[in-house]
Write a protein that binds this ligand. Structure first.
Ligand SMILES: *Cc1c(COP(=O)(O)O)cnc(C)c1O
Length: 482
């Protein structure tokens, strides 16, 4: 398996899975993709149906990472996907499934289900990929005798998933910037209560954008970055995307009895990482009818899938919503899909994403490419705060199930795309406890709290408050990596 950039670099060169694992963008600013998608045969699909999650992950991942010996990869996936790690389930007996499928009921002549992806340590679907990344990073660094210092900025979900994935890992430190006193008590406690010596929580006296600006400033100091071995774990990381392919297969097997059936998935979307994995599963041959992209008020993606116009927003035009992990101004993984949509023509991708930088977007309506969106199964919809509140209330009353705000966006949009006889699977991306304010608004009661999280706000916290100053952050990092 060889990897190429969506903008053309690397064609004719050799880039293995391990080569691109620790990096971010390709050197031409593009995103890495395999030179072709591995296909799954009917025999394989039949055999995979009965596999436990960890072994299914092994079978899928090995098709993308042929430079890792099978026995090592199998050990990594078995260590990652265990019932002990994904233990925050509603029903104890489901823990072994890692991503249980919960059927809500029949609507529009078809079962409507939730695929639970948020039973991991931080109660959001990002754990699914990040936990694997932690083990893959540790394995690869040890093999090459290297170390890595991960620098990131977070307003919640990503940062805590990264910290829980990297805690205690050899050769890795995490420096995570978050806005001082701006996160919920629950999210603050989740991150700051970690006592592992390789995890550094840095509370910046500023807002989330300031944290992001500091990460950019530090990363642009190329000498510092190289000397301190600074890396990131953002959503464009290829291994994160490919780890997410696994649960589309798992969800398909759980919702069907035979491989002649088709299903649709609805994906609460922000940076397009999650639904990009669904696209890849479909390209590999999984019988997927529709991939429904659900957005909140930040509807960059819904606009594209309705009109063919991709128009990124300024950060001043980005709404702060009650499904905050989907509050994006541009979708950083979208380029991977555009590459496939344009028949894998890197010159055109390069031009379009230059247009994004220079003119704020592009329009595929006229070119005829947009018509192909249908071939790829994509449709979309958008949801608002009122829709979320109504949907949380309705699902609770009808099905006795409490869902979080992001999943509510998914259910709202899924209901607009039901087709009789084609099961609809909504990806559950977080648990309600993370977004308690909206649960209280919708249900006038407290969100459900998994047992492991009782009293988490009272645990001792370990963090350092720093001024909103990139130089100060560099000093902090340098002092701790000596
Ligand atoms: C990150 C996140 C999303 C969006 O996922 P993308 O891969 O960025 O599209 C949706 N819901 C929750 C809870 C998240 O944490």
């Amino acid at each position: 398996m060889n990897y190429i950039s969506t903008r053309g670099a690397g064609i004719g060169e050799r880039h293995t899975f391990s080569d691109i694992l620790l990096g971010g963008l390709a050197k031409d600013g593009g995103l890495y993709l395999p030179n072709e998608y591995p296909k799954v045969s009917a025999d394989e699909l039949a055999r995979w149906r009965a596999l436990p999650y960890a072994d299914l992950a092994f079978e899928i991942l090995r098709k993308f990472s042929d430079d890792i010996p099978d026995e090592d990869l199998r050990e990594l996936t078995r260590r990652t996907y265990t019932a002990q790690v994904y233990c925050n389930v509603r029903d104890e007996e489901n823990a072994a499934q890692i991503t249980p499928l919960k059927t809500l009921g029949v609507e529009g002549g078809t079962p409507l289900s939730l695929l639970e992806l948020s039973n991991g340590p931080t109660l959001a679907f990002k754990d699914m990929a990040m936990q694997l990344l932690g083990n893959l990073f540790e394995y690869t660094l040890a093999k090459h005798g290297q170390t890595l210092n991960i620098l990131g900025a977070t307003s919640g979900d990503t940062g805590s998933a990264a910290e829980y994935a990297m805690r205690g890992k050899k050769g890795i430190r995490v420096f995570m910037l978050s806005p001082h006193k701006k996160m919920s008590a629950f999210q603050t406690a989740q991150m700051y209560s970690l006592q592992d010596p390789n995890i550094f929580n840095i509370a910046i006296e500023g807002v989330f954008d300031d944290c992001q600006d500091i990460v950019k400033a530090v990363s642009n100091d190329h000498a510092f970055k190289a000397q301190q071995k600074i890396g990131t774990v953002n959503s464009i990381n290829w291994a994160r995307v490919v780890a997410q392919v696994v649960y589309y297969f798992k969800g398909y097997f759980a919702a069907t009895k035979s491989n002649d059936e088709r299903v649709s998935f609805t994906v609460p979307s922000g940076n397009f990482g999650n639904v990009c994995a669904g696209h890849i599963a479909r390209m590999m041959g999984l019988p997927v009818e529709k991939l429904v992209v659900a957005t909140n008020e930040n509807d960059v993606l819904d606009e594209f899938f309705r009109t063919g116009i991709y128009r990124v927003r300024k950060s001043s035009e980005t709404y702060h919503t009650s499904s905050p992990s989907m509050d994006i101004s541009k979708a950083s993984n979208f380029e991977r899909f555009v590459f496939d949509l344009l028949g894998r023509d890197p010159k055109r991708v390069l031009q379009l994403f230059r247009d994004v930088e220079e003119k704020g977007g592009f329009d595929l309506q006229a070119s005829g490419d947009f018509a192909r969106v249908e071939e790829f199964g994509f449709v979309s919809g958008r949801s608002s705060h009122d829709d979320r509140v109504d949907t949380i209330r309705d699902v609770f009353e009808q099905y006795d199930t409490m869902i979080d705000t992001h999943t509510a966006d998914g259910v709202k949009v899924a209901r607009e795309h039901l087709q009789a006889g084609i099961p609809m699977i909504v990806l559950e991306t977080a648990q309600p406890i993370k977004f308690g304010e909206t649960i209280r608004e919708a249900l006038e009661r407290e969100p459900e709290r998994p047992a492991a999280f009782s009293g988490i706000e009272d645990l001792p916290q370990r963090f350092e408050v720093l001024a909103n100053d990139a130089e100060r952050v560099k000093e902090f990092v340098a002092e701790r990596t000596r």
